[in-house]
Design a protein around this ligand. Sequence first.
Ligand code: PEP
Ligand code: MG
Length: 327
Amino acid sequence: TASTTGLSKELLMSLYPVTATKIYMNLGEPTLIDKYQDLPFDGIGLMRIEFIVSEWVKYHPLYLIKTGQSNLFIDKLSEGVAKVAQAIYPRPVVVRFSDFKTNEYRKLQGGEEFEPEERNPMIGWRGVSRYVSKVYEPAFRLEVRAILKAREEMGLKNVWVMFPFVRTTWELRRAISIMEEEGLRRSSDFKVWIMAEVPSVVVLADEFSKMVDGFSVGSNDLTQLTLGVDRDSDLLASMGYYDERDPAVMASIRRLIKTAHRNGATVSICGQAPSNYPEVAEQLVRAGIDSVSVNPDTVVRTRRYIASVEHKIILEESSGAKRKMRY
Ligand code: PEP
Ligand code: MG
């Protein structure tokens, strides 16, 4: 597709360094792709759909099902996904299934009827636990049908999916089987990723690796849950507790990369950590991360920085080789 500057995609990319680590971009509002399409990204590593649901659909999906308007949800969601997938084709768009918490779902029109009030929505009925529940499962099927529509009807085979807030293997197995019942199955051109946000995913990474093509570290939630620190607590943040560079968080990510690679799965990261701290980005590249997905405002900086880190690693390795040869 034509760029806003009139330059070809290839020429634009040639203005920036090539990296072995893929640089992906996070996106939420589909129309923003018009503004950012010339940035040097290799794909969308996290497409959040919450914006589409709250601003385009506006209604709670279960309310739409109850009132016979399911197609409104499928049409708007597939339209938003397709807009982005078309603009950056054939680069992949990793669409994350909905990750609203109950307090956020309640704000959608008609939502109060379906959403319980939880004491701790952040660690409540969220992510995959919704998709496998009797109440939300029909709405999850609409999400899947929207993906199917973009891939099959609109021919956008660069649309992949990602499951957020995965806690257990049994819930993931169930969610994947619901997806398969709808006709979406892993294949060479359809990758399924899960987010590594709950420490259980790192602990059981061997088992999870066998069920999916890749992981994406949600460092915002992984930091919160590894350290037991509410990510919205200004008090704890001001005391220095909320810190993605914490050795426990970094060790978790390194361990995940090792285990995933041993099983042929890829690892990405889509939280704020590499944008907030260049040293985290460097450590991740050294640990062999496959891709890094950052917000639009840090795509260029991240690509340049990671290129310099990769260059440094090559120099270190070649000088190490020379030393070895001398003795
Ligand atoms: C994360 O947890 O790091 C993440 C990217 O998801 P969100 O910030 O939307 O919870
Ligand atoms: Mg998260």
